[in-house]
Design a binder for this molecule. Structure first.
Ligand code: NAD
Ligand code: ZN
Length: 250
């Protein structure tokens, strides 16, 4: 793939890189995206499941859905895009990986520091006392997990519709977007705010913003460069180019 001279220059020199990933980065691992022709959205209505009222109304159903998603995630592996991003972290001095995914695949690929804006499906906490217990799951008889300390209802540590993003992670993501030289927006439809505003924040602070997606998105007209194609091909190629251009430099 041929990159613009500006992107090549940044792959060679950028000391500060920020990356935002969405469901598309995990698509080639076999985790369905929400949007797109065969997204989960088409079959189920996550808006009706992924919110606190739905959970209070029918915790069995919501837990069953998350247990299903967890099972799918356990059966898949990080792909070449996750792995390339983990390696990029060891090359770039100031590297920040921000994800909207809850699938834990970046950490499994070896990324050390990940800002998880929407939580992580592997964690759960008690809605009554706040205690974390990551071992809980639904039992065969569909009984919802209860807190072993207070008996409260446990919930997955994921951000549902209508809920706030974790403030500290979001602030750190915005800061990283504001100070980076190169920003990569990978596999995100860029429609779910406030995360979708992060690439625009980077652009307005002077970063060169590159989008990696199989199709054009709402922010395509506002980025500096769009690389159209699958993340598991494009991201490793970007890493390879970065390594080639930095060869011999300390
Ligand atoms: P989305 O599902 O809205 O959009 C996915 C984007 O990825 C689309 O623009 C699509 O064109 C692109 N895409 C699909 N396959 C790709 C590939 N192989 N390479 C590159 N791009 C590809 O995803 P989003 O913007 O992250 O949606 C936001 C919400 O959906 C978030 O809250 C996220 O937590 C949640 N979500 C997470 C997972 C997960 O954890 N893996 C899965 C589904 C949805
Ligand atoms: Zn409790």
């Amino acid at each position: 793939m041929k990159y613009s001279p500006r992107l090549d220059e940044l792959l060679r020199t950028a000391e500060s890189v920020c990356v935002l990933t969405g469901a598309g980065v995990s698509a080639e691992s076999g985790v369905a995206t929400f949007r797109g022709p065969d997204g989960l959205w088409a079959k189920l209505k996550p808006e009706e499941l992924a919110n606190f009222d739905a959970f209070l109304r029918n915790p069995e159903l919501v837990w069953e859905w998350y247990a299903y998603r967890k099972k799918v995630i356990h059966e898949v592996s990080p792909n070449a895009a996750h792995i390339a991003l983990a390696e990029m972290e060891s090359i770039v001095r100031d590297f920040t990986l921000v994800t909207q995914n809850i699938d834990n695949l970046h950490l499994r690929a070896g990324s050390k520091r990940v800002l998880e804006l929407h939580g992580n499906i592997e964690r759960s906490y008690c809605t009554a006392c706040g205690r974390f217990d990551n071992t809980v799951t639904v039992t065969e008889d569909r009984r919802v997990p209860r807190c072993s300390q207070c008996g409260g209802l446990m919930r997955p540590d994921v951000v549902w519709f209508g809920e706030m993003l974790p403030q500290e992670e979001f602030d750190q993501a915005e800061e990283a977007a504001g100070r980076c030289e190169l920003f990569l927006s990978i596999g995100t439809s860029a429609v779910v705010y406030p995360a979708a505003g992060i690439p625009l924040r980077a652009r307005s602070s002077g970063a060169y913003v590159v989008e990696v997606n199989t199709e054009h998105t709402d922010i395509s007209p506002r980025v500096n460069e769009s690389l159209v194609g699958p993340a598991a091909t494009i991201v490793p190629a970007l890493l390879a180019r970065m390594k080639e251009l930095r060869k011999g430099t300390p």
